[in-house]
Design a protein around this ligand. Structure first.
Ligand code: ATP
Ligand code: MG
Length: 361
């Protein structure tokens, strides 16, 4: 692997001073980020937390020297390892993005091209930036899949994005972000779309991998529990301003600002369980199997009451959560089809109810 960078844990990586960012809407520029200082050291995970519209994504992207279309940096400085990103040339930034900084977005499915295998996309940045040769990058990706505890790490890269679960795709995206061994990864609410159990697994995998490689990370979220699990230090943002900043333990124990205390208090509020017997959908004992090979649902029962959140119960037995061994030719036949025809494969549903219906005829 080509790497001539000196990485010394604890040395300064990102220094943002008085950063101001404007967004253009209604025929004029509006301030979005209003003069924020941010410091990030190598190997450190910084949590950015705050309500929707606080400016978290805008600030996280700015740490990579990037602004979304319709936004501009209107003041301050952003130094990355001593380089002023505000004044950096487009050529520098093209080389910089994807090699020294990478981004893990909220929607993994929107970030992968559905027409290409996972492996091709995971190794693309490392190969295109000349950090690794194709074969080395693929071997490394399989190792990353293993470290991220993806099932079948040696073959999962041969699947299309639609052939893995949401949590698995999110982990594949982390592998993609890690493949070029960047100095900084910006995680922008990457687990929001996942269920709680999967979220915990994915977060643990992300935390482990940034620690293993001493990668600095900015972890953006509106979820306190998530940021507590991930970050060494937390910055609370509101309306484009910094409300409060402290190391995670202090921030959780002794928030000093009223706004932060409110965030913490809201988190602690327990929603009362309402008893609602007006069930509008009952699904009983469903099994589902893909192409006669991988069993994905095993005896699942779902009851959905009127005007209540969907509740799903499934076995928590880790053995049942593993991807079952595919039948011979499963991947080969899936690859041979175009993605559009592959996506037409539907799981074969078998339900106890359906079986009973057939028996009773
Ligand atoms: N391209 C844009 N042009 C103009 N205004 C924008 C643009 N993108 C974002 N904004 C505005 O900037 C503010 C901050 O947006 P940002 O996406 O950084 O918020 P956020 O804290 O990440 O919110 P969320 O948690 O919902 O993702 C919002 O008020 C938004 O409307
Ligand atoms: Mg955002």
């Amino acid at each position: 692997m080509k790497s001539d960078r000196k990485r010394i844990k604890g040395t300064s990586l990102v220094e943002m001073r008085g950063v101001k960012i404007d967004g253009y809407s209604d025929d004029r520029w509006h301030p979005i980020v209003k003069g924020i200082d941010l410091t990030l050291k190598r190997g450190e995970v910084l949590g950015l937390i705050g309500e929707s519209g606080a400016g978290k994504s805008t600030l996280g992207l700015a740490a990579m020297g990037y602004t979304k279309p319709g936004c501009r940096i209107s003041g301050g400085s952003i130094a990355f390892d001593g380089v002023d990103l505000v004044k950096a040339s487009p050529q520098f930034l093209r080389e910089f993005w994807g090699s020294r900084v990478t981004y893990v977005a909220q929607s993994a499915s929107a970030s992968f091209n559905p027409a290409h295998h996972l492996m091709d996309q995971v190794v693309e940045a490392a190969v295109n930036h000349g950090i690794m040769k194709q074969a080395e990058a693929e071997a490394d990706a399989r190792d990353l899949f293993k470290r991220l505890q993806l099932p079948n790490p040696d073959t999962i890269g041969n699947r299309y994005p639609h052939q893995v679960s949401g949590g698995q795709l999110q982990r594949a995206m982390t592998a993609m972000a890690m493949s070029s061994r960047p100095d900084l990864i910006v995680f922008d609410e990457p687990t929001t779309a996942l269920d709680v159990t999967t979220q915990v697994e994915v977060l643990a995998a992300m935390r482990r991998i940034v620690e293993e490689f001493d990668t600095a990370a900015i972890y953006i979220t509106h979820d306190l529990a998530v940021v507590a699990q991930m970050a060494h230090r937390i910055m609370v943002l509101r309306y484009g301003n910094l409300v409060e900043e402290a190391d995670t333990r202090n921030m959780l124990k002794n928030p000093t600002q009223d706004y932060t205390k409110t965030l913490w208090a809201v988190r602690k509020l327990e929603k009362k369980e309402s008893v609602n017997d007006d069930i509008v959908l009952r699904v009983n004992a469903i099994d589902a199997t893909y192409s006669g090979a991988a069993k994905v649902l095993d005896n699942v029962t779902v009851n959905i009451p009127r005007a209540a959140p969907l509740r799903l119960w499934a076995s928590q037995d880790p053995a049942n959560r593993r991807w079952p061994a595919p039948s011979p030719g499963f991947f080969r036949s899936a690859r041979a089809r175009s993605p559009s025809t592959a996506s037409r494969c539907r799981p074969a549903f078998r339900t106890a109810t359906a079986r009973r219906c057939r028996r009773s005829k």
